[in-house]
Design a protein around this ligand. Structure first.
Ligand SMILES: NC(=O)c1ccc[n+]([C@@H]2O[C@H](COP(=O)([O-])OP(=O)(O)OC[C@H]3O[C@@H](n4cnc5c(N)ncnc54)[C@H](OP(=O)(O)O)[C@@H]3O)[C@@H](O)[C@H]2O)c1
Length: 342
């Protein structure tokens, strides 16, 4: 299966109905896994026309890129695609943006789409559904900033959601698929004598050795944390040379760490391609979902009980074997766990 991203646009007739028909026809033949909101944009280029309505979507596709391209062209024809020239108004336009991470060129097809990074109406909906894509080795916020700086007049504003389309529930992520993708998750956590993680929304201990172990270990990597952990970080915290990814269903950006990438669902990790380690840094909700997907875990075990009110979900333990104690400090010890069978 290939993960494919498309951009759809229309500026003639009943725009929402056109888009709904196009999405419905795509969904009849391919696995629709993501659908952005509707974005309205003034037409691109030097023309006077009605505004466009755009969206982005993600499909799982089997078969060849050429067969898929013929299929989307057939859908455009079926919807009566009319276009009188490159800059003309159009009742439906379906652009193939990305075909997995592949590059493809034939006399009539160029993928990634040659203009994907120049259009806010492509980037904004795409960022909603695939925030962890990093085409050309840069993330989508980078391309969006560049696009807006080059042409600030190209504004796209979100105007709602396409009604009448339902998506199947996402299949859970597995360790095996991340491994096949080359994505490496590693867990890092600290617990007290009763496996406590936090008290009243904060880590109730302050251990300089543990902090420097964390910094050293995660150097050059990506820190992945839940929105509540991000909000609980001390003011002195700085990501330094590490990237920051924040998981949140609601937030679209992070005021405190403007360079942080906000993603919305674990399934979005399916778009990731990076040689860097992705460090799962908590808190409780994030550990419960992601530690079972890690290849190794570093656990600082404190000797004392800190009266925590939040505890580490133990379900990851059955997947790991305790390998060795990496270091012993006066108040804690750091344990290294490796996934069974690795
Ligand atoms: N001892 C340690 O090593 C350690 C390490 C890190 C943190 N902590 C502590 O842990 C506490 C925070 O843990 P927590 O469990 O309350 O919160 P958390 O895991 O940090 O963040 C939870 C938030 O993450 C987002 N989220 C979680 N699962 C998601 C999903 N499947 N899809 C989309 N978004 C999802 C949601 O954000 P939205 O609500 O925005 O949608 C949710 O409210 C803090 O007290 C922190 O100090 C301890």
């Amino acid at each position: 299966m290939t993960r494919v991203y498309l951009s759809l646009g229309t500026n003639l007739g009943d725009r929402e109905t056109q888009l709904r028909k196009a999405v419905g026809l795509l969904q009849e033949s391919f696995g629709l896994f993501a659908l952005s909101g509707l974005w309205e944009t003034e037409p691109w280029g030097r023309v006077r026309q009605p505004p466009f309505l755009n969206l982005a979507l993600g499909l799982e596709v089997s078969g060849s890129i050429e067969a898929f391209f013929s299929h989307i062209q057939a859908i455009e024809q079926r919807l009566g695609k009319r276009r009188d020239g490159f800059w003309a108004a159009r009742n439906i336009d379906i652009d193939l943006l990305f075909w997995g991470h592949e590059h493809y060129r034939s006399p009539h097809l160029l993928v990634p789409h040659p203009y994907w990074h120049q259009r806010a109406f492509v980037l904004k909906p795409l960022l909603e559904i695939a925030p962890l894509l990093n085409p050309g080795g840069k993330n989508l916020p980078f391309w969006l900033r560049r696009c807006e700086a080059e042409d600030p007049s190209v504004a796209a504003r979100r105007v709602g959601q396409l009604e009448g389309i339902s998506l199947p529930p996402p299949t859970p992520l597995s360790y095996e698929e991340l491994e096949a993708q080359g994505v490496i998750l590693k867990g890092i956590a600290g617990v007290d004598a009763r496996q406590g993680l936090a008290r009243e929304g904060r880590i109730p201990w302050e251990l300089p050795e543990d902090r420097s172990f964390f910094r050293e270990q995660t150097r050059d990597g990506i820190l992945c944390l839940g929105r509540k952990t991000m909000e609980s970080l001390p003011h002195a915290f700085a990501p330094e040379e590490r990237e920051l990814w924040i998981l949140s269903r609601n937030a679209s950006s992070c005021d405190r760490f403007p360079a942080a990438l906000v993603f919305h669902h674990p399934r979005e990790l399916r778009d990731v391609r990076t040689p860097k380690n992705i460090w799962i840094c908590g808190g409780g909700e994030v550990y419960a979902q992601f530690l079972p997907l890690c290849s190794e875990i570093y656990l600082t075990q404190l000797a004392a009980d800190y009266n925590c009110d939040q505890f580490l979900d133990p379900s990851w333990r059955k997947l790991f074997s305790e390998m060795r104690c990496l270091k012993r400090n006066p108040h804690d010890a750091v344990w290294y766990y490796r996934r069974l069978g690795e």
